[in-house]
Design a protein around this ligand. Structure first.
Ligand code: C2E
Ligand code: MG
Ligand code: MG
Ligand code: MG
Length: 282
């Protein structure tokens, strides 16, 4: 609503602990220019099926090739983009870029992989969000089944029939939906019952100490059981060691993602990797 948007706009003028007001205002105008000059790039991180050790998907992660400050990670600009509303345009750019890129890979004969795109709550709540998705799919000729949306648990998703409505529409088009950073946000188990989602992504904060901390191990086991009982797939984020992967395998986690299995890579690195994987060995 307009009221909510007004609120987030005011936040721009509030003092921030990390960044001075001047720097924030500079960043804001730079974000706008960055879009116009196409300074954003999308990296892709492989998602690996734990029991078959094969790549089953990719997650798209945006970066900003800043002309002076080099490659910036989302933590350095997404929060401000969220506050100012620029995330709507950046998100739309990422979505188009990803669908176009997936189509290019498929046309080049690479095995088709589903690509997951992170969607900010603000972007998801746009009234024309479903139309945008349909438009981009049509424009790029990508089949909906190759697109996944990652949403985070958010307080503003509480008790909204409209969230369910939007998700149902997206599902009926053929998209996959996952809940990102599961267990860290506004957690209400009731939305798992209400929202038609396909998978849960266990936040990396639970994975980090999985082999040392019995509490984390218990939480991860419980999330996996919960997901499976609800007929959902479960993905572990931030897998960095063989021991973590073994634990996940022993506990029937479906998919894993992390530096152990592949860092986020540029589109051309992904293409080179898959060329190598599928090249016949004679
Ligand atoms: P996320 O969606 O939870 O993405 C996972 C983050 O973990 C990524 O950080 C990824 O690079 C990082 N990661 C992957 N494997 C490992 C690992 O083994 N160890 C560690 N320590 N980290 C790992 P990144 O790329 O910096 O992105 C941070 C967050 O920014 C994302 O978290 C997502 O919430 C947001 N984001 C990224 N791209 C977009 C986008 O296009 N739109 C929106 N709205 N948000 C985005
Ligand atoms: Mg994500
Ligand atoms: Mg996550
Ligand atoms: Mg995260």
């Amino acid at each position: 609503t307009a009221k909510e948007q007004g609120k987030s706009t005011y936040q721009l003028y509030m003092p921030n602990t990390d960044t001075g007001v001047f720097q924030r205002l500079t960043l804001e105008s730079e974000l706008q220019r960055a879009l116009e000059r196409e300074e954003f790039v999308v990296y892709y991180q492989p998602q690996i099926d734990v029991s078959h050790n094969s790549t089953v998907g990719l997650e798209a992660l945006v970066r900003w090739k800043h002309p002076k400050r080099g490659l910036l990670t989302p933590a350095e600009f997404i929060p401000l983009a969220e506050e100012t509303g620029m995330i709507i345009q950046i998100g739309e750019w990422v979505l188009r870029k990803v669908c176009r890129q997936s189509r290019i890979w498929q046309d080049a004969g690479l095995p088709p992989l589903r690509v997951a795109v992170n969607i900010s709550t603000r972007q998801f709540q746009q009234r024309n969000f479903v139309d945008l998705i349909e438009q981009v799919l049509q424009e790029t000729g990508l089949e909906a089944k190759y697109l996944e949306l990652e949403l985070i648990e958010n307080i503003s998703m509480k008790n909204t029939g409209s969230v369910t409505e939007t998700l149902k529409k997206l599902k009926s088009i053929g998209l996959h939906i996952s809940i990102d950073d599961f267990g860290t946000g506004y957690s209400s188990l009731s939305y798992l019952k209400q929202f038609p989602v396909d998978s849960l992504k266990i936040d990396q904060s639970f994975i980090r100490e999985i082999t040392n901390d019995p509490d984390d191990a218990a939480i991860v086991q419980a999330i996996i059981a919960l997901a499976h009982n609800l007929k959902l797939k479960v993905i572990a984020e931030g897998v960095e060691t063989v021991e973590q992967l073994r634990f996940l395998e022993a506990n029937q986690c479906d998919v894993a993602q992390g530096h152990l299995l592949g860092k986020p890579m540029s589109a051309s690195e992904i293409q080179a990797l898959h060329r190598k994987t599928v090249r016949p060995s004679f």
